[in-house]
Design a protein around this ligand. Structure first.
Ligand code: HEC
Ligand code: HEC
Length: 213
């Protein structure tokens, strides 16, 4: 059976099953001060507002406020090439697990938490499926589920299209992305990108994030 033909209730059952499988993962114990040195080159792209990847053109993901656990998972996937991106592979390939935890602790600056406020705008119908893991307002409910709130919409679209095409390999997101129509992808990207509290590109002097100088 094609995943595209799955009903919404079948997808929600899949959420329940996957939710059980995905349970406990070791906490990342990164040292942000050690991560600062490693992060120097990273900020050349991730530290500049609206910095763009060329060919294809989309903005590089915001990392400030993201779950550090997820950032380690992402770096591990670039290292193993489950996620393909030449520059990110080159950076991740030279890092060991401790380096990844340290740089994740620094770049995240601490995971943002859901404010509990009413979400911004009207959620497209398909968003109900996503909220089981990514939260009502796009703040991932546990550290292994990436936060999407305030993320660049063009990056969210790019990620979903990569899951659909299999360029980015992940069993869970592969199934969900396959079930989305192109117009759904645009709608969910827009919805999550406008939620608050939002991921950020850089540490601002006034922000709540405190990092080792
Ligand atoms: C030349 C620009 C550039 C540099 C330098 C760079 N990145 Fe990236 N990074 C990107 C792009 C573009 C992506 C999105 C790639 C994709 O589509 O998967 C990305 C993705 C990521 C992600 C995944 C985020 C997510 O939401 O899944 C992490 C984590 C990350 N980078 C960390 C780092 C770290 C750590 C360094 C430094 C060691 C670094 N990056 C250096 C451009 C860069
Ligand atoms: C069962 C839990 C679950 C559900 C439901 C779910 N996701 Fe995910 N999502 C994940 C996990 C786990 C990842 C990280 C996968 C990886 O490592 O690539 C992820 C990653 C993503 C990413 C990439 C984020 C980044 O920073 O690169 C996007 C975008 C995304 N999901 C959107 C959605 C949308 C839209 C839906 C609903 C149609 C959805 N997800 C439903 C668990 C889920």
């Amino acid at each position: 059976m094609s995943v595209r033909s799955w009903s919404a209730s079948a997808l929600l059952s899949l959420v329940a099953v996957l939710g059980c499988v995905a349970a406990p993962v070791a906490q990342a114990e990164g040292n942000a001060a050690a991560g600062k040195t490693l992060a120097y080159t990273c900020l050349g792209c991730h530290g500049i507002d609206n910095y763009r990847n060329a060919y294809p053109d989309y903005r590089v993901p915001k990392l400030v406020g993201q779950h550090p656990e997820y950032l380690v998972i992402a770096l591990t996937a670039y290292k193993s090439q489950e996620r393909s991106h030449a520059t990110m592979h080159a950076h991740a390939a030279s890092m060991n697990d401790q380096d990844m935890q340290d740089v994740a602790a620094y770049l995240s600056g601490g995971a943002i938490k859901s404010s509990g406020a009413k979400p911004v705008g009207t959620a497209p119908a398909v968003v109900a499926t996503c909220q089981a893991c990514h939260g009502t307002d796009g703040v991932g409910i546990v550290g292994i589920y990436p936060t999407l709130s305030g993320q660049h919409p063009d990056y969210i679209e790019k990620a979903l299209n990569d899951y659909r095409s299999g360029k980015r390999r992940n069993a869970v997101m592969g199934a969900f992305a396959q079930a989305l129509k192109p117009e759904d992808i645009k709608a969910v990207a827009r919805y999550f990108s406008q939620q608050r509290p939002a991921l950020q590109t850089t540490y601002r002097p006034t922000s709540r994030y405190t990092v080792a100088k």
